[in-house]
Design a protein. Sequence first.
Length: 425
Amino acid sequence: MDRVDLEHRHRTYDGWIPPTVAALLQEHGHHDILRQAAAHGDWFCARRLAEAAVESCPDGRATALALLEPFAATGWWPAVDAVAGLLAEWGRHDEAIVLLRPLADTGHRYAQRDLARLLARQDHLDQVVALLGPRAADLLLAEELVELATGHGRDAEIAALLPDIQTGPTDPFESWSSDAVDAVPLHARFLELQGRIDEAIHLLGRHLCVDGVVYADHAGQLARLLGRHEREAELRAFPAGRGEEYALAALAQLLEEQDRIPEAVALLGQSAGAGNPHAAFGLAELLARHGRHGEAVEVLRTAAETAGGDCDWLIHLLCRILVDAGRPDDALTWIDDHFTRRGGNHREQAFMRAEVMKLSGRAVDAQAELAEFATSDEELLRSGTVDGAIALAERLVRRGEPQKAVAHLRDRLDVLKVVRGYYLR
């Protein structure tokens, strides 16, 4: 077992049982197959067994570590990440730090990020700055540096380490590229954590629009910042055409947090009534959170009927709210009525109905609903794709033929490997 081999198998499933099939094997009680595969170096099966052990066994932690540590010992990041996460969750921070340190020393940015978080938990801020400071040109690590170390007497030093605020999208638009660093949100967050709220608001406000282009990230961050600090008047005065939908959502959240529910409903209702489907979505969620399921359904019913283009996202929420309210049959009736009146793909209708059935605990009915659309075993075999091989293996597990599923996967994936090798020679 080595890092290169693990990465290859993780990408291709070569010799491993794919995660969805491993989950089905566990669900159907075929733990012996999972244990055998894990013993032969199958990460997906080992991970599945480890998660189950932590949840159910009295000595589950030791069992989980025994399953995962051989993978982590190779320095392969998914395994190191999983083991370090478990150790940190259990309060064993020193062990997690020891595990992360070698990979962080090689320059692995996610290992460096997680190591910095653990060091901060132990108040080793000097080590956090020493680790992240020289790497602050990487925006991911600069953001961690700001979050972990701001406000602890090192702010001037941190400010000098951050990427310059005049880089990336703050330059004239013609010089911007997808590789540029947008440091505006980073500096705004730094100012906020220092308590310099007005300066953070001003910075984001100056960069809502650059050369005629509205930056959604800046607008969203500004709206959330105003909401966190209860700047209601500024949210209401958010400039039109510069991301005011974010201000609407932030203001509605602020009103809800202040228990001003009727005002929040009226605010979103006005925008929803003007034909804004996003406001309708937010209003329906708000109403449902406060037990007003019938009103939420009516809001979504109207929005789905008037929205142009794809309205599936509204219908899915409507159905989920009906299921949560104990009315799954009403959801099914509404789906059928909607497709009868507006037309549409019969396959889409069946998938929506199946989703409602799954949400309401009727998995068998959901499977029957989709039976006419199921690809035959022969078609899956002929497809010659990884997805087809996995789909057939899942079907075999559900039929109670787990050994046949595993054998099929191994044979089919091996065949694909041979074919790839033939064409790449």
